[in-house]
Design a protein around this ligand. Structure first.
Ligand code: F3S
Length: 754
């Protein structure tokens, strides 16, 4: 479990020199985000400054964290790299595959019964390759990372979008796809477009019913779900210092909901208190030595407009509690303004469930403040109108909260205490009656509230709020209840009112835990054999892709995709997620959501070998079985959406040699390159129109594949006529070497063997 103090000292030891050098080169004071970025350049000390929002830069992150759903394919790929250990400290956390239904013990046992092969696989790979393993029930990845691994000034990546939570302890922590994590595990750099910077100045101080959650609910209302794209959001000011580290974590966590690359806060007393309370005095002592380097320069915060690309100011003393939703986290409504809005929009005012927890809001402080509201209900004789569900963020938080009587208070309100895991936040909620799809309202302290996210019911209106507000509103059973002004009638018929919530930033008696759920890897895991059953439907060991080679001739068109083709169209999520550790099985969703430009239908393409129409994966498999390469053609921004590597691995597995499009979403383009495929763009976009349904493709000069040099493609149409077109690419020599070796991992393995 131990954090790696030597690694942290290494980061701090080089920080003063590198940051000073960067300040000289950039020629102006630096924000915290810039300091962390410049201290983590792959090439060492900065020799030139980078243009925000433009330059792609190689970084060397300090840590990696993976959750159980995304870790499967990441680790399967890492096993291909031929390394004996991961190159940087890495942890795996089992939190997504546990359903919330009856209560913690039974639900956990069910998960162990249903997903044991996945958990056992992750445990044995972790043990073999020096990866820390957090067992099912140990907690939610981001809460566990904050409690154990996050450190001010550090850089981490994680295979989950809410990795950004670690910004609460002053990190630059970023959610990535599995392929990126594998690169870093294997000792390669990690590339990121140098982000733009949004500064959020927090003045005043939170009080009463207003919580850190309301800061980000307000920011989401201002910036909307896309407003942070490509940006790091940096919070500063007296208001920032007045909040707890876990409260800062909440704010950074939901930075994902505004599309931000990540969010962060400068090192301060609250972070020091949190580090010490969680057994990390050494980290706090080291951070104190270079404290001024772990926050933005004074001049930056004094004149933020000069140094950030955008600045927002929020006065915490005036901030009101908010409810955001339904169906989107940026639809912000201050408590007290809900009645009219809900009636106008026909949102059900009756609240059926209140859920507290998730990686966003499951700290000791969160639970204690919500419990202070729940206790008032018990003491004042108020009967809770809605049902309650609680997901503690970690076993350490759960154990401490139980010891201190907080969980008893919720249980007095008949709350269900679910496993320390994601549960309802990721649709792992077996909610009774959800299948009836009735229109209803729930309120939760999570981060996302898209349709169907919690219980699979598209008619569940989910609103996001702070834990204390969730408690008050769920007890009242009314979405438009305002605890500041409204009263409730207790079981004696008396009118009663809530006092303001109170809580503890940190447990007064300290944290405690019997078994945190951590399994340290063996020092030498070389003797461990990772077993995967050949009949498993959920896991499949990968076999290295064979190089496509220079002779791509007589390739057949698999599909010419019309219009938008995102990673969801290429590799659908939903029920397919079950197969994310089994490449052959999940490949049965390959491109089934893409629209065939010739018949405007999905998953119906012509098999040129039989002239019959069939599903895309079946047709691809037929070409592959016949020893024929296939080609995918696409429109603009092909592969936008998520960074999931399956969208590149599946076509590669099914024998697609080239994806030729008008333009790519960059991450997907890189993923194709990593899998040793050709990701190419039409030199002349109108050549897209030349592609016909029965086309055969001959690459004429693949043997001359070189950086900056166009490739020539001959299209042979069914009437025998031909067109010769030119294709652009962005491969550098290293990436061409990936292509020649069959994949980036094949090349790493080869280099490792030499
Ligand atoms: Fe889990 Fe929900 Fe967070 S799925 S990692 S609790 S966003």
């Amino acid at each position: 479990m131990a954090f790696d103090i030597e690694m942290i000292k290494g980061v701090y030891n080089r920080m003063t020199e590198r940051v000073d050098a960067a300040r000289n080169i950039v020629g102006k004071p630096l924000t915290l985000a810039e300091k962390i970025l410049y201290n983590h350049l792959w090439d060492g000390k900065a020799t030139s400054s980078f243009v925000r929002g433009k330059d792609y830069v190689d970084f060397a992150p300090d840590r990696i964290a993976c959750q159980d759903a995304t870790a499967q394919m990441a680790l399967l790929q890492f096993m291909q790299a031929g390394k004996s250990k991961v190159a940087v400290p890495t942890t795996v956390h089992c939190d997504h595959l546990i359903q919330a239904k009856i209560g913690a013990d039974k639900d956990l046992q069910n998960a162990l019964n249903n997903s044991s092969e996945v958990f056992n696989f992750l445990a044995s790979v972790s043990n073999k390759y020096g990866i820390g393993f957090w067992k099912p029930g140990a907690g939610i990845i981001h809460q566990v990372v904050l409690e154990n691994y996050a450190f001010p000034g550090g850089m981490m990546i994680g295979t989950d979008s809410h990795t950004v939570n670690a910004g609460g302890l002053g990190m630059v922590a970023i959610g990535v796809g599995g392929a990126d994590a594998v690169d870093v595990m294997a000792g390669m750099p990690w590339e990121l477009k140098f982000p733009k910077l949004i500064g959020v100045k927090l003045t005043g101080k939170l009080s009463g019913w207003t919580a850190p959650k309301d800061v980000i609910l307000k920011v989401a209302g201002i910036l909307t779900v896309k407003g942070g794209t490509g940006c790091i959001v940096e919070y500063f000011g007296e208001g920032a210092k007045s909040m707890s580290a876990t409260g800062k974590g909440t704010i950074c966590n939901m930075g994902a909901e505004i599309g931000a690359t990540t969010s962060t806060f400068g090192y301060d007393d609250s972070m020091e208190r949190y580090l010490r309370a969680t057994g990390r005095d050494e980290v706090a002592d080291e951070a104190n030595k270079i404290a001024s380097y772990l926050t933005g320069d004074d001049e930056v915060y004094a004149n933020p407009e000069q140094y950030f690309d955008e600045v927002i100011e929020i006065n915490l003393s005036e901030l009101k509690p908010h409810l955001n939703g339904p169906f989107t986290p940026d639809l912000a409504t201050p408590v007290g303004e809900m009645t009219e809005k809900a009636i106008k929009n026909d949102w059900p005012l009756k609240v059926d469930w209140g859920l507290i927890g998730s990686c966003t809001n499951s700290s000791y402080e969160d639970l204690s403040r919500a419990a202070s509201v729940a206790k008032q209900a018990v003491d004042k004789g108020i009967v809770a109108k809605a049902e309650f569900g609680i997901n503690p963020g970690s076993e350490q938080v759960r154990f401490t909260a139980e010891r201190d009587g907080l969980l008893d208070i919720f249980e007095d309100l008949n709350a269900k205490i679910f496993t320390n895991a994601c549960g309802p936040c990721i649709g792992q909620w077996s909610r009774e009656g959800a299948e009836k799809q009735e229109k209803n309202t729930i309120i939760h302290s999570f981060n996302r509230n898209f349709s169907k996210r919690a219980d699979g019911n598209p008619n569940t209106h989910a609103f996001v709020a702070s834990p204390e507000m969730v408690a008050a509103i769920a007890i009242s059973g009314k979405l438009d209840f305002n605890p500041v002004t409204d009263t409730l009638i207790n079981k004696n018929g008396e009118e009663v009112k809530f006092e303001e919530p109170t809580g503890f930033e940190l447990p007064p008696k300290g944290f405690d835990v019997e078994d945190a759920g951590f399994v340290a890897p063996m020092a030498d895991g070389s003797g461990i054999e990772v077993k995967v059953s050949p009949t498993s439907e959920r896991l499949q060991l990968l076999t290295p892709f064979k190089p496509i080679g220079n002779e791509v001739k007589d390739a057949k068109l698999l599909i010419k995709a019309h219009g938008k083709c995102t990673t969801d169209h290429i590799s659908m999520a939903g029920p397919w997620l079950r197969f994310r550790g089994h490449l052959d099985n999940i490949s049965n969703n390959c491109l089934i959501g893409a629209v065939n430009a010739f018949n405007m239908k999905t998953n119906k393409v012509k098999n040129q070998l039989t002239d019959e129409f069939g599903a895309v994966p079946d047709t691809a498999r037929a070409y592959k079985a016949a020893g024929v390469y296939s080609v995918v053609v696409g429109d603009h921004n092909y592969g936008e959406g998520s960074s999931r590597e399956h969208a590149a691995m599946e076509p590669r597995h099914l024998g697609v040699a080239a994806v030729i499009v008008k333009s790519f979403a960059r991450i997907h383009e890189t993923n194709l390159k990593k899998q040793g495929m050709l990701g190419l763009t039409f030199a002349n976009e109108t050549d897209y129109d030349l592609i016909q349904e029965d086309d055969t493709f001959n690459f004429l000069d693949l043997n001359e594949f070189a950086p900056g040099k166009q490739l020539t493609l001959e299209l042979v149409h069914s009437d025998g006529s031909k067109d010769v077109i030119y294709l652009n690419h962005t491969y550098n020599q290293g990436q061409i070497d990936w292509f020649k070796e069959g994949s980036a991992l094949n090349l790493i393995k080869k280099e490792n063997a030499n």
